[in-house]
Write a protein that binds this ligand. Sequence first.
Ligand code: F6P
Ligand code: MN
Length: 335
Amino acid sequence: MPSKVSLTRYLVEQQRIDGHIPSQLRLLLEVVARACKSISQAVNKGALGSVMGSAESENVQGEIQKKLDIIANEVLIEANEWGGHLAGMASEEMEGIYVVPNRYPQGEYLLLFDPLDGSSNIDINVSIGTIFSVLKMPEGDRGVDESDFLQAGRQQVAAGYCIYGPQTTLVLTVGDGVAMFTLDREQGSFVLIEENVQIPEDTKEFAINMSNMRHWDEPVKRYVDELLAGKDGPRGKDFNMRWVAAMVADVHRILCRGGIFMYPWDKREPEKAGKLRLMYEANPMSWLIEQAGGAATNGKQRILDIQPGKLHERVSVILGSKNEVERVTGYHLGA
Ligand code: F6P
Ligand code: MN
């Protein structure tokens, strides 16, 4: 490809040359990218845009403030509802599904998103992001309802995220590898910075919230203990730790240079499968990771094979460099 390729051009080429995506899906992804651009602008303004803090609170001018995650949710809904590509949407911020109103044309796709991942980072000026996943309406289905969304992650037709960090970068897969695009603010467009992203199979970097150590299950404890033992332990090398507390940022680092990310089941709330959401976080991230040569499991099973039972289902997540993920999964399976 030529030196400066925009997201638009990349998608047109995916459609035209490679036949990977139908035009409706291409247009849908363009709209999602446009919404991410608006969210990025709001994130950039921070306190100057009255977007910080909690909803219902007032700023110094006596104006009602809106939480950035609510704004991000609204931006995604408003940008996508009228385009004719979607039948419905589901968001981590909404209890039920959002059916595209019948005053707009109905499309054949379903969009799921975590509008603003890593919320605890919003007010401290640290990276956050939007995560999205696209599914197709089941064949022959008339009228969208919640059960249409309950598809395993391997059924996704597109997935990605946009990270709002020092740069705003959109990372995407349509099932043909992973591509990254950074927002060129002067041009107003996302520009391809890397194609065929590959995660190294081995790593010396891990990401987990260590403060939960006493609540972990035995296999996770064993794995992390071995990492912490470093050169003198069974792994024979030192490992480094990173935890941004925004999945989007931790996954982005792993796509850039490898590593393993874990948010495992723990004993604090044993009835919950994990903290992270299957449909809005784990599925899109797992597909990206697999498309980049990594692996993603819940300790026992490939995440993309999990059949969701409900929209807001939670899941234990272990993803990243293949050999490390296989090792932790092996510990869970008693191998
Ligand atoms: O969306 C949930 C989330 O904010 C993730 O982005 C992040 O990985 C995790 O929670 C952080 O959890 P904790 O607050 O336990 O570090
Ligand atoms: Mn999140």
